[in-house]
Design a protein around this ligand. Structure first.
Ligand code: PHE
Length: 453
């Protein structure tokens, strides 16, 4: 293995480049597509509260750890684990955790690109005016016809993968940074416009109450697991993305402050997305627990009956594409960096090869909605299986191992080098939380999912 002397793939040109790229990785379909519908399915306020607690007490500490390991290791996650373990005189086997993270990100992209493709298709549907004054039956039919047509889904999935591969093949500064500078601010502006529009709907109070009024009677252990899995997913933890972007972080930037900024930005955007969506859903008497179809059925229906809805529907789906795209590139980078560093390939070749494999594997998600919709493994379609396996098992497990590595295996001087100038009390609070609280909490939730408790 050529792990010791591989050169670093790039460095962010500034602190903001890193912050925006990482926030762009974090903000994605998870915030705008998944968070609203799982909040709807899991009963609203109480679920949101658990999710917020998971972000603050588990997500931020792990994010600090991932960035620190990435920056110290300066390579793809497998290399970073390998190097940091070697410097700490620990077993090189720790690099297996790096592989677990890379694999999780790789698998997520196989379906992520397909769903991002739906959003792209919906930009064109919205622009065509097809939602205007349409009945619920018509909008349902549009969506059902769409997902039952594998060729359509493959077309949009192909376009998303094509652009993702293109940006990644241009590299850290010329590719990722450039795309982020356009798309991240664009997405935030569009979202704020949409929240304003939603305030205007007259049902804003109901949306607020749904998100923030907790009803603990509805909370089950399963909800807690979903909240935890989602906290990892939405922060892009345990997928290699954050650790990879951390590897490109110049030394003089504070890891702690960056992690807090990213988590706050990600959470605010999820809440704003909820505030943009739920009032419109309520204004039209629709059901917030609709499921994955929520933004593809309820929202177009709502937009179709609102003033200027045609225009705002286009803005909404463009925003969703921007959000999804900045995440897709962060999902591809770790496995591409691995191929480059492991086999000495050039970037474009590596991006095309890895992207191609992901594109092909994505067909399993495409077919889960049509020709393979009755093919079930453990009662789940391929898409549901990959989603369950990654969000609810691989991410918590990856987070758990990363935590154990940082708190129990890594030499403490390395942590001090990566977190200089951090107030002693804060450092210790973080360190001891990582040693005991975080792993125990994740472990309990994992046992629960496996049915042990
Ligand atoms: N965090 C992204 C979202 O919320 C998804 C993602 C997961 C991106 C893991 C990168 C890595 O949509």
């Amino acid at each position: 293995m050529r792990k010791k002397n591989v050169p670093i793939q790039g460095l962010w040109t500034s602190k903001w480049a890193f912050m925006l790229a990482t926030a762009g990785a974090a903000v994605g379909l998870g915030n705008i597509w998944k968070f609203p519908y799982i909040t709807g399915e899991n009963g609203g306020g109480a679920f949101v509260l658990i999710y917020l607690l998971c972000v603050v007490f588990l997500g931020i500490p792990i994010m600090v750890a991932e960035i620190a390991v990435g920056r110290h290791g300066r390579g793809n996650p497998a290399v970073s684990f390998f190097r940091v373990a070697a410097l700490s005189h620990r077993s090189k086997m720790w690099s297996a955790v790096g592989y677990l993270l890379i694999l999780a990100g790789f698998l997520i992209l196989t379906y992520y690109s397909v769903i991002a493709g739906w959003a792209l298709d919906y930009v064109f549907k919205a622009a065509s005016g097809i939602f205007d004054h349409a009945s619920a039956a018509k909008i349902d039919g549009l969506f059902e016809n769409f997902i039952h047509d594998p060729e359509q889904l493959i077309l949009w999935h192909t376009l998303i993968m094509f652009f993702t591969i293109f940006v990644i093949s241009l590299g850290v500064q010329k590719g990722i940074e450039k795309a982020i500078y356009i798309m991240f601010p664009g997405m935030v502006i569009l979202l704020l416009i949409l929240v304003g529009y939603s305030i205007d709907s007259g049902f804003f109070g109901q949306g607020l109450a749904f998100l923030f009024h907790p009803n603990f009677a509805k909370l089950t252990p399963q909800n807690i697991l979903i909240a935890l899995g989602h906290a990892f997913f939405t922060l892009s933890l345990a997928t290699g993305s954050i650790m990879m972007y951390g590897a490109y972080l110049p030394k003089n930037i504070s890891v702690f402050k960056s992690a807090i900024f990213i988590a706050v930005a990600d959470t605010l955007i999820a809440l704003f997305a909820g505030l943009a969506i739920f009032p419109l859903v309520f204004a039209h008497g629709l059901n917030p627990g609709e499921g994955p179809d929520l933004i593809f059925k309820s929202l177009p229906l709502a937009f179709g009956h609102m003033q200027y809805g045609h225009f705002f529907a286009v803005l909404f789906f463009v925003m969703l594409v921007f959000a999804a795209f900045t995440s897709a590139i962060s999902l591809l980078e770790p496995s591409v960096a691995w191929v480059i560093e492991r086999f000495n390939w050039n970037r474009a070749q590596a991006a095309i090869l890895v992207g191609f494999i992901i594109w092909v594997l994505g067909f399993s998600t495409v077919f889960s909605f049509n020709i393979w919709q009755n093919v079930k493994i453990f009662g789940l379609t391929f898409f549901e299986l990959i989603d369950y396996l990654t969000a609810n098992i691989m991410l918590p497990a990856g987070g758990l191992f990363t935590t154990l590595f940082v708190a129990w295996a890594v030499d403490k001087t390395i942590l001090h080098q990566e977190l200089p100038h951090v107030n002693k009390i804060i450092f210790n609070a973080w360190f001891y939380a990582m040693k005991f609280f975080v792993p125990v909490a994740i472990f309990l939730v994992l046992l629960n999912v496996l049915g042990v408790i």
